[in-house]
Ligand binder design. Structure first.
Ligand code: PLP
Ligand code: COI
Length: 362
């Protein structure tokens, strides 16, 4: 415990019946808990003013730097309620360390990982009644974020920075449940180049993905796949998920890190798959390997993963002028579902936490 945090309870929390109604059908990212966490930074004072207060709108000067130059980073993580009522987060120190890496890229001051975890823990403790029962894979989605809060229009790192944590009860990210996604391969847009921000979790990457996502939707697809910028040849990731390819001989390939987001689910899956005896390759993976592997049957399963999406099967890949569908087009493949189950069983406390991934909040 290194941060000094004051808590002022909301004077208008949701009633128990309102919370129960929301938790029965939370959707994703629509409802927010009663409180939020705020911490500020200035060069003179460092990080200070840690507080949990009533959830509500921010008042920002129109010249606030983040509104103009997008100096911001964020994280996405979840709190899970176990059968005994206890509440746990999954590898929160990994989110904290990733925010540190994103902060370096975005020229932000570093928030110590312990302070990040403490802030998340204390908000979740205060709003613990918002963590749904685990049935139906519900959870409390937690969104820590950092913004340039200085009112100044010059282009330089902000001298006033605000770190906040908000939380939102969540059901499945995809409305249709666990059914294979259809992906759109964009050949017009890229997400990140060498020296760019691809590995940082920063709003600009998501802003740049939206037009490509629109293209995907217009072509009847669920999500968009991005290729590398240098050669337009290697698979990177989806707008908010990493990718996995399962071969008939049992080995598994995931695109190497560098310009993609270093997913915490992705790294957990490497360990889960290896423990099951699968060889895992982190390497460049070309779009031709995908097309040809699925068409020939060498690739038997494709799936995407992330905190919000968990593990989601991929059925068909479409592009301008063609498409390819694998074996597991209507139903998820067996390894996809096994890995998914292994992961959620650990997260919800139904399986032994052999990797030491879970962190008890309360
Ligand atoms: N890739 C992108 C672009 C993402 O936004 C996310 C989600 O956070 C992921 C991958 C998966 O990362 P994680 O497993 O840490 O949620
Ligand atoms: C997450 O999985 O936590 C993300 O931030 C991805 C976003 C698409 C919701």
């Amino acid at each position: 415990m290194t941060l000094d945090i004051t808590t002022t309870a909301s004077d208008s929390p949701r009633s128990e019946s309102e919370v129960a109604e929301i938790l029965a059908n939370p959707g994703f990212g629509t409802y927010f808990t009663d409180h939020m966490f705020t911490l500020e930074w200035t060069p003179g004072e460092g990080w200070h003013g840690g507080r949990i207060t009533k959830y509500g709108p921010l008042s920002l000067d129109p010249a606030t730097a983040v509104l103009h130059y997008a100096q911001e980073t964020f994280e996405g993580m979840k709190a899970y309620r176990h059968a005994d009522g206890s509440i746990w987060t999954f590898r929160p120190e990994e989110n904290a360390k990733r925010m540190t890496r994103s902060s370096h890229r975005l020229a932000f001051p570093v928030l110590e990982p312990d302070d990040f975890v403490q802030a998340v823990d204390e908000l979740v403790q205060v709003d613990q009644r918002w963590v749904p029962e685990g049935a139906g894979e519900k959870s409390l989605y937690i969104r820590p974020f950092m913004i340039a809060s200085e009112a100044f229009l010059g282009v330089r790192p902000a001298q006033h920075v605000t770190f906040m944590v908000i939380a939102s009860p969540a059901g499945a990210y995809f409305k249709g449940g666990v059914k294979p996604l259809t992906l759109w391969l964009t050949e017009d847009y890229t997400r990140a180049g060498r020296g760019g921000m691809g590995a940082a979790k920063t709003g600009g990457n998501y802003a740049s993905s939206l037009v490509a996502q629109q293209e995907a939707t217009a072509n009847g697809c669920d999500q968009v796949v991005f290729l590398d910028v240098a050669e337009g040849k290697y698979v990177e990731e989806l707008g908010g998920m990493n990718m996995y390819f399962v071969y008939a001989d049992g080995h598994v390939v995931t695109p190497e890190t560098g310009t993609i987001l270093e997913g915490i689910t992705r790294s957990a899956i490497i360990e889960l798959a290896q423990k099951k005896g699968h060889q895992v390759e982190e390497r460049k993976f070309s779009i031709d390997e995908w097309r040809e592997g699925v068409a020939s049957g060498d690739i038997t399963e494709v799936f995407a993963c992330g905190t919000a999406a968990v593990v989601t099967p991929v059925g068909t890949l479409k592009w301008d002028g063609g498409e390819v569908s694998g074996k597991a087009t209507d139903d998820a493949g067996p390894l996809t579902m096994e890995i998914r189950r292994d992961l959620v069983d650990i997260q919800y406390g139904r399986a032994d936490d052999a990797f030491g991934w879970m962190h008890r909040v309360c």
